[in-house]
Write a protein that binds this ligand. Structure first.
Ligand code: NAD
Length: 410
């Protein structure tokens, strides 16, 4: 199954659980709009760069479309469809007034200069501007896009439409971004695993974590886990991983990664490959990079008790089945990594009112949203004796279906 089929497989499970009639199924699966654009820029050497970009808007029955923008060579329509659909269920699970969308450009941003990346982003904004707007569709960062890219996005849109900070979230704090947005996804992951461990009478303190991916989400989560007294025993990035059974010194590792551009060769650690990292013995395995890294080929070798899905779609349908059989608890992406979109909602709200909240305010409200979502998911999982994933999808689907019904199809 590819990413889109996997998402639809999880959706089908929710449809069964809710005994949803056939009338709704196609409606809820099918994206509302799919836009494919050609993004042409002049490269620094005078040649022409030609890239394919997408914006898929899945559902807006609960509010404007919302979802990140990914720059990666593997971006294709099925991946963007899958990610857009996940956003619809995610915004519903945490109860923020948005629908779901996703975008991306098929490009290796590591091959482009800063100026080329800026031209690419500005051109993409022009190409998709017909379908976005602060009350229509609001993009955000995802893999290989960051606050700087969102700043260019905001500027390009505002040149055409006038002052429009609410067109995109994840902007630099100096440019109408929200305090606490950069750390929000990692912080939300921390709240999610804390709540799940607590329901089993366990604590973060002393729990052993392995994290794949040391970008925005993975590095903030590692920092927060370390501060909470958990042990981060291994982390990795694109270039490979580092391991220390007694727990890595995360603040020193962050400084090392900043200086060298990678986690590798961190003093006091042993090297570990990305493949071996996923099967290290630990309490919580955290995929925080790409999709489908846990699959039929390695799921039986995973030696974690919990899988915390910081990345979107890291677990294939087959691996999910294997984890269920083996009693490994998956904390599903559509709740685990929803901290990002929750604080994006806070940023959008601040922009619409021209207000600035304190970082403590943002973090406290984020905690409230994550904990409230856990209460609902846990209740459903207990009632239906199902997995957290099935419960989270059922919660999201129920809320979207209710909104669809109330708005009417006429
Ligand atoms: P990022 O670009 O900041 O970081 C990605 C990290 O993954 C980097 O450390 C990179 O080296 C590493 N990586 C890439 N390919 C890898 C591989 N093959 N093996 C191991 N490591 C690899 O991206 P991010 O924003 O941290 O996003 C990571 C994941 O979290 C994505 O799946 C994204 O969809 C999801 N997510 C992000 C946000 C957000 O707010 N940024 C919100 C929700 C979900």
């Amino acid at each position: 199954m590819n990413a889109y089929q996997t998402t639809n497989h999880f959706l089908e499970q929710a449809f069964e659980l809710l005994k949803l009639s056939e009338r709704y199924r196609t409606l809820l699966v099918t994206p509302s709009r799919e836009l494919r654009v050609e993004v042409v820029i002049e490269l620094d050497d005078g040649s022409i760069g030609n890239y394919i970009g997408y914006r898929v808007q899945h559902d807006n029955s609960r509010g404007p479309f919302k979802g990140g923008l990914r720059y990666h060579p593997d971006v294709d329509l099925d991946e963007v469809r899958s990610l857009a659909s996940l956003m619809t269920w995610k915004t519903a699970v945490v109860g923020v007034p948005f629908g779901g969308a996703k975008g991306g450009i098929q490009v290796d941003p590591g091959q482009l200069s800063k100026r080329e990346l800026e031209r690419l982003t500005r051109r993409f904004v022009d190409q998709i501007s017909v379908v976005i707007g602060p009350m229509v569709d609001i993009p955000a960062p995802d893999m290989n896009t960051n606050a700087r890219v969102m700043g260019w996005f905001y500027d390009q849109y505002s040149r055409r439409m006038g002052f429009s900070p609410a067109i995109v979230t994840g902007k630099p704090v100096e440019l109408h971004g929200s305090l606490g947005r950069e750390s929000a996804t990692g912080r939300g992951c921390l709240f999610a695993i804390r709540e799940v461990l607590a329901t089993a009478g366990k604590k973060l303190e002393g729990s052993r974590f392995v994290i794949q991916g040391f970008g925005n989400v993975g590095s903030f989560l590692a920092r927060l886990l370390h501060a909470a007294g958990a042990k981060v025993v291994a982390v990795s990035d694109l270039s490979g991983g580092v391991f220390n059974g007694d727990g890595l010194d995360v603040p020193a590792l962050l400084a090392h990664a900043r200086e060298h551009g990678r986690v590798g060769e961190f003093p006091g650690s042993e090297p570990v490959s990305n493949a071996a990292l996923l099967t290290l013995e630990c309490d919580v395995l955290v995929p925080a990079a790409l999709g489908h890294v846990l699959h039929e080929g390695n799921a039986r070798d995973v030696r974690a008790k919990y899988v915390l899905e910081a990345a979107n779609g890291p677990t294939s349908a087959e691996a999910d089945q294997i984890f269920n059989e083996r009693g490994i608890v998956c904390v599903p992406d559509i709740w685990a990594n929803a901290g990002g979109v929750t604080v994006s909602y806070f940023e959008w709200t601040q922009n619409l009112q021209n207000l600035k909240w304190s970082e403590d305010d943002v973090n406290e409200r984020l905690e409230e949203y994550m904990v409230a979502a856990h209460r609902s998911i846990h209740k459903l999982a207990t009632e239906h004796r199902c997995t957290l994933r099935a419960a989270a999808f059922a919660l999201g689907v129920h809320r979207v279906k209710e909104a669809t019904d109330l708005r009417g199809l006429g």
